[in-house]
Structure formats: C-alpha cells, structure tokens
Ligand binder design. Structure first.
Ligand SMILES: [Zn+2]
Length: 408
C-alpha cells in the first residue's frame, strides 16, 4: 500500500510536469490536497492578486488540485492549467490515498484517454475493453487513471468496478458541495427514502465527501420508451470539425452530449442508434453531402421512430441561446418538444423553433429535428459545454424533450 501511495503521489506531480524528479519530496507529495470551489463563479487568475488576468471562471462545486496552499491566494491546478484562486472561496481536503482498480468496458470501441477531464481536451491514448486501470483521482463523471504507461482522464461511464469487498463501488456516491439528497436521488433515479434507508440516515443532512451507498430498486425500472427506436446524429466528425471557439470543438461536444442522451434514453428502455460513434463521419469515404445523407439514412434503415441531429452553434460573440429546426410541418411537434424541454433544463435563451431546409432533415423519412444546443462563440453559452453539470443538463433537456414528444 505504501509503495502504491508513493507511486500515486509522484505520478500526479510528474504528469503535470511540476517537479523535475518523481522521487523528490515524497512526504510533501503524499499530502496532495484537493480544493472545492465555494463561490458561485470563482476567478482563476494567472497570478496571486486581482491585478493578474483571469484565465477562466470556475463554477461552485468544481474541484481543483492545490499546489500551494497560501494564506490569501492558493496556487491550483484546474483542468490541467496552473493558476491562482482566492483562498477565501475554497475548501481544502486531503485526497483519498488508496488506489482502487477498475476495468474498462467500452464495448467494441476503444476508450479515449484525454489530457483533461472533458471532451474539449485532446486524446492522448486509447484503452481496450478489459484493460485494468488504477484510479488516481475520482472526479465523478471523469476519472484520472493509469493503465500501463498511459496516464490521463477517462469518462467514468466506461469503467466497471471489480467490487472486491462485495460492495460494488460504482454504487457509492461521494457527495459534492451543493448536493442534496434530493439532487442525488434524481441523479440515480432512486427515492430519497431509499437513500435514507440504505445509509441508515436519521435526517436529510449530508456533507461534502460523505460516501453514500446507492441501490437501484426494481420499482425504479423505467420502460417508458420500450419498443422505440431512436437515431441520434452527433453533427460533423473526423476532418469536419464544425464550429471551433472558446477552446471547444463542435464535433466533440456534439458527440459528448449525444452519448449522454443515449444513456438516458436507454435507461427508459429505448433502442438508440448513433449515426457516428467516434471521431468519424457517418460515411468515412463519402463526400460532404454523401456524409450528410448517410445520417438520416441510418434512421430509415433501422425503421426509427425519430431522428434527432445534435449540433452546436457559432456566430458573433453576442449571439446566444438554443434553437431547434424541422423541415416537414408534421415534424414541428418534435422540434417544439425538444426546444421547450431543452431551454427549461439548461436555462439557455429560447431563440426559436423554425422550419429550415437542412439536408439531414429534408431527406429524412422519419420524424426529424435538428437542435442547436448553444453558441460556442458566446462566452456564457460556452461555459455550459465545459462543465459536467452543463453537459448533463443539456443531455437531460434533449432526453426530456424526447419523452415529451412520446407523451411523457
Ligand atoms: Zn453543426
């Protein structure tokens, strides 16, 4: 255990290139600290004073690694970048020191290993299904892992716990700042009462860092979309990146949101097929239009009930909000359902629902809509694409819009 701990500590430091030697200052490195942001949006600056420029804004509840715990300013790592935040708006705790292992399960795909904890970071490696990874840091949806010589961030949906002690640790939720039993119950689709019972809690009071056991009961099985076939189209792919702005690449955020929507739809019993599953085109060797026509064709071929194309927008920096398009008048209901649920869930500006002659809608033979999830070119919209909660709300909005279309 000791050896693993030392390795863990040094590898974190090494991978960020902060110390020249992995073996130096083991004592200091073993007390690596994690900070949780307590201000609503905390400014992440290039230096330790308000006169230094803002590099980013960190949302309440997000985590950083503390490099230097100062009295007024802390030097921290946030999404792979070093900077400073004011010490008053951060709660610090020592990182967990045991190393847990999990197994990759990405089906027939290879799991992307990224430089940072979001799809906006570059891919630095790939792992096969069945590979064992050591969890260096659990960030909830993303985990910082090591497998062989590969070290980086992977999406936790594609990791399975081994559960050596008989407890399936994927059923353990570590409470984040700002979470309530209600929000956790919603996240896992369980009742508040089941959380109270399972964890033998006497009140609704929970605290950040607390570990809660989650049990899904048979009563929560959701079959609302059983028998429905839904084709989702993450816009663009491969050398067609779509919009690029504010450090975001459209093809990547489209795929990230789509994968989240897929999981949610499947949890309600739907069969979900994607027009592309990785950083590829729908028709890799096709022309621009052949690739576009390929996407609704997937829906036709699979006799889908609906086809939803997912994109992100770009225009001038002041353009903001979500908009949903349809081509056939009979598809207006689908577009409206998506738009209504989406803006409600994300809080984004409600631009419009409109008829538009997009190729993917025009040639579709099943009810179809195309949602523009927000403007990558707008600073406020783009923040949603950069946080777990933002991406999750976007996916929930689309999922609820689909439920609404089917009468739920
Ligand atoms: Zn697009």
């Amino acid at each position: 255990m000791k050896r693993k701990l030392l390795w863990f500590a040094s590898s974190v430091v090494l991978s960020f290139g902060l110390l020249s030697s992995p073996s130096s200052h083991v004592e200091a490195a073993s007390s690596i600290k994690e900070g949780t942001i307590t201000a609503y949006w905390l400014t992440f600056r290039s230096g330790p004073s308000t006169s230094h420029k803002a590099l980013d804004y960190i949302k309440k509840g997000e985590k950083v690694i503390i490099l230097k715990d100062g009295s007024t300013w802390d030097q921290v790592l946030y999404q792979g970048k070093t900077g400073y935040v004011h010490d008053n708006y951060i709660t610090v705790k020592t990182l967990q020191q045991s190393v847990e292992t999990k197994t990759v399960n990405a089906g027939s795909e290879r799991l992307n290993v990224r430089k940072g904890p979001s799809t906006s970071y570059s891919i630095i490696g790939k792992l096969n299904t069945g590979a064992t990874v050591e969890i260096l840091k659990d960030l909830g949806t993303w985990e910082y892992v090591k497998s062989g010589s590969t070290v980086g961030y992977v999406h936790s949906d594609f990791l399975e716990s081994k559960g050596s002690s008989g407890i399936n640790v994927s059923d353990i939720h570590v409470v984040n700042a700002g979470e309530t039993l209600w929000s956790i119950s919603q996240k896992y689709g369980v009742s508040v009462q089941s959380l109270l019972d399972r964890n033998q809690l006497n009140s609704n009071l929970i605290f950040p860092g607390q570990r809660l056991s989650i049990t899904k009961k048979a009563e929560t099985i959701d079959n609302r979309l059983a028998g429905k076939v839904i084709v989702l189209d993450p816009g663009h792919g491969d050398d067609r990146s779509g919009a690029v702005a504010n450090g975001l690449v459209e093809k990547e955020v489209n795929l990230d949101i789509t994968n989240r929507v897929k999981k949610k739809l499947e949890s309600s019993g739907a069969k979900v097929i994607l027009a592309r599953t990785g950083d590829t085109d729908c028709m890799p060797l096709g022309s621009y239009y052949e690739d576009l026509y390929c996407r609704p064709e997937v829906a036709t071929e699979n006799k889908a009930d609906i086809f939803v194309s997912i994109h992100a927008n770009a225009f001038t920096s002041t353009a903001t909000g979500a908009e949903t398009f349809y081509y056939k008048q009979s598809d207006q209901k689908l577009a409206q359902s998506l738009q209504d649920a989406y803006v409600k869930e994300t809080g984004l500006h409600n631009r419009r629902v409109a008829k538009e002659d997009f190729a993917v809608l025009r040639v579709s033979t099943v009810p179809s809509a195309l949602i523009e999830t927000g403007f990558l070119t707008n600073v406020n919209d783009s923040k949603l694409f950069k946080t777990e909660s933002g991406l999750n709300n976007m996916a929930t909005g689309i999922y609820k819009g689909i439920l609404k279309y089917f009468g739920y």
